[in-house]
Design a protein around this ligand. Structure first.
Ligand SMILES: N[C@@H](CCC(=O)N[C@@H](CS)C(=O)NCC(=O)O)C(=O)O
Length: 211
């Protein structure tokens, strides 16, 4: 078997999803820690985003496609339930997180903290305050969704692997931390699953130039 390369900076949530999936599956890989739009990435992703993957002659972009490939190429426990309803439920949650929750919690809220436009890197207070009411609704949805301890059924699926990297950052920034603390199911879910080896072993390093 050729070497599996996961290409992308380890600070990226989507890179982390793929790394958690590889760890859960028991698949060894080499991490190539490069930024979006670097030549290795642009050679594979049509819009220069991370992660991308290289495995022999196979190259892939997009975390969901990479996880599909890993799941169906290698031995190991399935990342998504093969039962059609539970499998579809898993896809439903991956899609909800990627199309609705990530754009608000990560691209609007978190980036206003970590990548503000201000030259002195002060958090963008107006942008943060503007998203807080919608974030409360997202936290309420997630709190209900994980009431049984997982997003889907009684097992840890790719839907959980896809959400936990976002919660990691939500636990670090003040308003989202307060929302997490007011969401008992979600907080318990996060604390339980952050102890999993696949999750612990992929904790992202600080963004370059930040502590
Ligand atoms: N839909 C993509 C999203 C990947 C994504 O947005 N990656 C971010 C880093 S977390 C990125 O590369 N951003 C750079 C850009 O959008 O130009 C996936 O699931 O892999």
């Amino acid at each position: 078997m050729p070497e599996l390369q996961i290409i992308g900076a380890p600070q990226s949530n989507y890179v982390r999803v793929v790394r958690i999936a590889c760890a859960e599956k028991g698949v060894p890989y080499t991490l190539v820690p490069v930024a979006p739009h670097s030549p290795e990435v642009d050679a594979i992703h049509p819009f220069g985003k991370i992660p991308v993957m290289r495995h022999g002659d196979v190259t892939l972009a997009e975390s969901r496609a990479i996880c599909f490939y890993v799941d169906h190429t290698f031995d190991g426990p399935p990342l998504t339930p093969r039962d059609p309803v539970k499998g579809a439920r898993t896809e439903e949650w991956i899609s909800l997180v990627n199309t609705t929750i990530d754009p608000l919690l990560v691209r609007q809220y978190l980036l206003a903290y970590f990548f503000p436009r201000d030259p002195e890197r002060r958090p963008d207070r107006a942008a943060i305050d503007a998203v807080l009411p919608s974030m409360e609704k997202h936290f309420a949805v997630l709190d209900r969704a994980v009431a049984t301890g997982h997003l889907v059924g009684a097992s840890f699926t790719l839907a959980d692997m896809n959400l936990l990297p976002i919660l990691f950052f939500m636990a670090k920034t003040p308003e989202s931390r307060a929302m997490l603390d007011r969401s008992p199911n979600l907080r318990g879910y996060y604390e339980r699953h952050e102890a999993r080896a696949s999750v612990k072993d992929t904790i992202p390093p600080p963004f370059p130039g930040r502590s």
